[in-house]
Write a protein that binds this ligand. Structure first.
Ligand code: ZN
Ligand code: ZN
Ligand code: FE
Length: 748
C-alpha cells in the first residue's frame, strides 16, 4: 500500500518529524516526511495493517506541543521506497503554516542546566525542540532560524551538529544555541554601567539586598524584587504608581508555592504545564501577604526561562510584574528599558536576543478542574481556536472592545486571537494594537474581507474599524457589546442555536443608546432579544463614577429613598446630591459593576477605587459565610427589571444595626444569584430555553460564578462558562467574529 497523509496544524518546531521518523521505523514502513505550508506531508509504504497502525499511533502519541487541525489520507501507487527519510520542505506559496506559542523550559533542558557535566551547564538561553521562545522571536515565516531574531547568532559546530541530527532533541530547534555561539546576559547597575562577574549571581545579591530589577524575559521585561521583603515591594509600588492592585509572584517550584497558597492537583498541573501561566491561587491564610494582594488570592507562576530558573535557585519567590508604567504597553527593548524604567529599577538584566513582539504573561483561574482564563497571552497565543459554525468564517477582522483590547483574524475555520493588548485610550497602546493587527495579517497571511467592531462609536477599536473600512472599502458589522459577550461564550463552548445569556459587566452601549450591563439576552449568533436587566442606576458625573464608587452609593441610596448624608457627609458628597437632584450629568446605566461599586461604598469597603472594579474585587474578598437573601422585586414590562431598592434599604438598616459587613456582602451576592435564577426560570417558561451561557467581567467574581452555576444547575439548566477566552472584554472579539459571519455570510 501507499498512504499519503497531509497534516494541517502546528507540527513544525515541535519535534514532529523525528517523531514520525521513529514511528515509521517502529511500524516497519518506508517513505518520507516533509514540512509544507499547512503543516506536514507524509508518505508511507508497507503492509496495509502497519499503515493503519501508523496513523493510529501518530494521533495517539503525537508530541505534546503538536496541534493537529486536520488529517487527510489518500491511497496512491507504490513507489518502492527503500528507506524512510526527512526530505526538503515545500517552498512557501500563499498559504502558511501555523506558529507555535512560546514554551516554558522543559524538564530535559532544566536537568541539563543544572548538570555540571553538560556543555550547557548554567547557560541561561538553553532550549530545545520541546521548549523555548517561538512566537516572540519570529520575524517572518516560514519558521526558520533566518526568519527569527536568532538569525543574529550563527551556530557553532557543536550546535550545528545537534541541529542536523535527527536523533537529537535539538534537531531543527530554530533557537538552538550555547554559551559559545548564543546570546549573553549583561547586568547594568544604577550608574548605567555593566557589572562584572556572573550576572545572575550578582543580580541575586542585589535582589536579596532589597533592590528592584528590570529583567528581560520572553515577551517583555518584568520588574522584580524579592516577595518576602515588604519594604522592597512597597518601594516598587511607589515607583510604579501602583497602590493596591495585586502583584504576581514567581516562585521556585510548586512546593514553594504551597508556602504562600493552596495548590490543588489541577492547579499544580496548570502551574507546571508548558504554557506556564500565572495561576490565581487561594492564599493559605486569609489576610496574609496583603502587601502583595489585597484580596484572597495570589497570582503565582513558575520559572519559565532558564534565566528565571537560575535566579530562583537561591530565592523562594520574586514579585514579577509586567514592566510598564500605568497603562502603557510592556517594555520589550533594551534601550527602552534603560530609558523608561530608570526611575523604577535599580538594576537591569539585559540580553542581546531581540524580542520581536510583546507578549504579556497569561492569567488563569482553575475552576472545577478546568482553566478559566482572565488573560490569554504568552504560552497560548497564537494557537488558533477552531470555529464550529456553519458559515463562511474566512477573512474576518474582529476589532474587540477598548479597555481590555484584543482582536482576532480568521482563516477558514481558524481564529487567531491576539495577545493581551491593554487599554486603547492610551496612545502608545493603540499604536501597539494597530501594529499587532498588521503583524498578524503578515504572519498568518490573512487579507481581511469583513470587519466587525463594537457598537460604541467612541471605542478606539471602533474608530480603527471605521478608518480601516474607509481605506479598504470593506463592510463593517457593528455588534452590540453584550451580544458579543454572549456569542463569545457560545463559540467558546462550540454552541450554536438559541441560548439564554446572562451577561453581567461594567458598561457597554445598548441598542437603545443607553448604557447596559446586567443583561439577560435570548438569542444566538443571528440576533438577540433583551429579556431582562436591572433598574437603571444614575451615574452622577458619568464616567467619574467608575473610579469613585461613592458616587454610585449616593445614587443608590437616594434612589431607594434613604438620606445619604449620614453615610456620606461632606461637601463633595453634597455636590453629588445636587447633581442627582437636578438630574445634571447623570447618565443611566444598568451595569452590574456599578451596583457592586455602590454597595461596596455603602459598606465602607471602597469609596474611591485605585483601579477599575476594585470595589467589586474587595467586596468579594470581604464576603463571609452566609446564605441569607434580601427582599427584592422584579418589575414586569417589555423587559423585566430587577428592582434593588428594597435590598439597598435592608443593607443600610443591617449596617446601621452593626451586622458584620462580611455577612452583608455575602447576602448581597446571594440575592443577585437568587434573582438570576428567578428571572432565568421566567424566561424558560416564556421561551423554553434551557441552555445558559455566563459572560461579562462580573463573572470574574468566583463567588458569583460558582453560586450562579450551582443554583441554575439545580434548577435543571445546562450552564456554560468560558474555556479558552476570558469572560471579560478580552473575549469580545470572538463573539464579534461569529456574529459578523452569521449575519453576513452563508457557507460556500
Ligand atoms: Zn527543552
Ligand atoms: Zn553553540
Ligand atoms: Fe464587557
Amino acid at each position: 500500500m501507499n498512504f499519503n497523509i497531509r497534516i494541517n496544524g502546528i507540527v513544525q518546531g515541535v519535534g514532529f518529524r523525528p517523531f514520525i521518523n521513529r514511528l515509521a521505523n517502529e511500524c516497519g514502513l518506508k517513505g518520507w516526511i516533509r514540512n509544507t505550508n499547512e503543516g506536514a506531508e507524509i508518505e508511507v509504504e508497507g503492509e496495509n495493517k502497519d499503515g493503519v497502525d501508523f496513523v493510529w499511533k501518530l494521533m495517539e502519541r503525537r508530541p505534546p506541543l503538536a496541534f493537529i487541525g486536520s488529517v487527510r489520507i489518500s491511497q496512491g501507487k507504490e513507489q518502492g521506497y527503500k528507506t524512510f527519510e526527512i526530505i526538503k520542505s515545500e517552498e512557501p506559496v500563499g498559504c502558511r503554516t501555523l506558529i507555535s506559542p512560546d514554551i516554558g523550559i522543559c524538564p530535559d533542558c532544566l536537568a541539563e542546566l543544572k548538570d555540571p557535566s553538560d556543555r550547557r551547564y548554567r547557560y541561561p538561553f538553553i532550549n530545545c525542540t520541546n521548549c523555548g521562545p517561538r512566537f516572540t522571536i519570529i520575524r517572518d515565516i516560514p519558521y526558520d532560524r533566518k526568519n527569527t531574531t536568532m538569525a543574529d547568532f550563527s551556530m557553532c559546530s557543536d550546535c550545528l551538529e545537534e541541529y542536523g541530527d535527527i536523533e537529537d532533541r535539538r534537531y531543527h530547534a530554530q533557537p538552538d544555541c550555547c554559551s559559545i555561539c548564543g546570546p549573553e546576559l549583561t547586568l547594568i547597575g544604577p550608574d548605567k554601567e555593566p557589572i562584572g562577574g556572573d550576572p545572575i549571581e550578582e543580580l541575586k545579591k542585589v535582589l536579596m539586598g532589597g533592590k528592584i530589577a528590570a529583567i528581560k524575559g520572553i515577551g517583555g521585561f518584568h520588574l522584580a524584587c524579592t516577595a518576602d521583603n515588604e519594604e522592597a515591594v512597597k518601594t516598587l509600588r511607589q515607583r510604579k504608581h501602583r497602590d493596591k492592585k495585586a502583584f504576581a509572584l514567581m516562585v521556585r517550584d510548586t512546593e514553594t508555592a504551597r508556602r504562600y497558597a493552596l495548590v490543588s492537583e489541577k492547579e499544580r498541573e496548570a502551574l507546571e504545564s508548558f504554557r506556564k501561566p500565572i495561576v490565581l491561587l487561594k492564599k493559605k491564610e486569609r489576610g496574609s501577604y496583603s502587601y502583595l494582594s489585597e484580596n484572597n488570592y495570589l497570582g503565582i507562576m513558575l520559572p519559565y526561562t532558564p534565566v528565571h530558573a537560575l535566579l530562583l535557585e537561591g530565592i523562594d519567590a520574586l514579585v514579577m510584574t509586567s514592566a510598564n508604567l500605568s497603562d502603557l504597553p510592556i517594555v520589550y527593548k533594551n534601550e527602552q528599558a534603560l530609558k523608561e524604567l530608570s526611575g523604577i529599577a535599580d538594576y537591569f538584566l539585559l540580553n542581546n536576543r531581540e524580542i520581536e513582539r510583546r507578549c504579556d504573561d497569561s492569567l488563569q483561574w482553575i475552576i472545577d478542574g478546568r482553566e478559566y482564563p482572565v488573560r490569554r497571552s504568552r504560552g497560548y497565543v497564537p494557537y488558533p481556536l477552531n470555529l464550529k459554525i456553519d458559515r463562511n468564517t474566512d477573512g474576518i477582522l474582529a476589532c474587540g472592545a477598548e479597555q481590555k483590547a484584543s482582536f482576532l483574524l480568521t482563516k477558514g475555520k481558524y481564529a487567531f486571537v491576539s495577545q493581551h493588548i491593554g487599554d486603547l485610550k492610551n496612545i502608545e497602546t493603540f499604536e501597539n494594537y494597530t501594529a499587532q493587527i498588521s503583524d498578524f495579517r503578515k504572519l498568518f497571511d490573512i487579507e481581511p474581507s469583513l470587519i466587525a467592531c463594537d457598537l460604541h462609536p467612541d471605542y478606539m477599536s471602533s474608530v480603527y474599524a471605521a478608518e480601516e473600512a474607509e481605506r479598504s472599502g470593506l463592510k463593517v458589522v457593528k455588534v452590540q457589546h453584550h451580544h458579543a459577550h454572549m456569542a463569545s461564550c457560545m463559540a467558546d463552548n462550540g454552541l450554536d442555536g438559541i441560548c439564554l445569556g446572562i451577561i453581567w459587566d461594567g458598561t457597554g452601549l445598548g441598542t437603545d443608546g443607553n448604557i447596559w450591563g446586567s443583561e439577560f439576552l435570548v438569542g444566538g449568533f443571528g440576533g438577540f432579544t433583551r429579556m431582562a436587566s436591572i433598574r437603571n442606576i444614575r451615574l452622577p458625573g458619568g464616567d467619574k463614577a467608575v473610579m469613585e464608587p461613592f458616587r454610585c452609593a449616593i445614587s443608590l441610596l437616594e434612589d431607594s429613598g434613604i438620606d445619604s448624608t449620614e453615610l456620606f457627609p461632606g461637601e463633595s458628597s453634597d455636590s453629588i446630591r445636587a447633581m442627582l437632584a437636578g438630574d445634571i450629568n447623570c447618565p443611566r446605566s444598568s451595569g452590574m459593576g456599578r451596583l457592586f461599586d455602590g454597595v461596596s461604598a455603602i459598606l465602607g469597603i471602597t469609596d474611591i477605587a485605585s483601579y477599575e472594579g476594585e470595589g467589586a474585587v474587595l467586596l468579594e474578598a470581604t464576603a463571609g459565610d452566609s446564605d441569607g437573601i434580601y427582599p427584592y422585586s422584579v418589575e414586569e414590562g417589555d423587559a423585566m427589571a430587577f428592582d434593588f431598592r428594597e435590598m439597598i434599604r435592608c443593607i443600610c438598616r443591617e449596617k446601621s444595626q452593626g451586622r458584620d459587613i462580611s455577612l452583608i456582602a455575602a447576602d448581597f451576592m446571594n440575592t443577585l444569584v437568587k434573582m438570576a435564577v428567578e428571572i432565568s426560570i421566567k424566561i424558560r417558561k416564556l421561551k423554553g430555553i434551557n441552555r445558559v451561557v455566563l459572560s461579562g467581567g462580573t463573572f470574574q467574581n468566583i463567588y458569583m460564578l460558582r453560586r450562579i452555576t450551582d443554583a441554575l444547575e439545580s434548577e435543571g439548566f445546562e450552564v456554560f462558562r468560558h474555556r479558552n477566552v476570558p469572560a471579560n472584554d478580552e473575549g469580545i472579539c470572538l463573539g464579534q467574529a461569529m456574529i459578523a459571519a452569521y449575519g453576513e455570510r452563508l457557507c460556500v
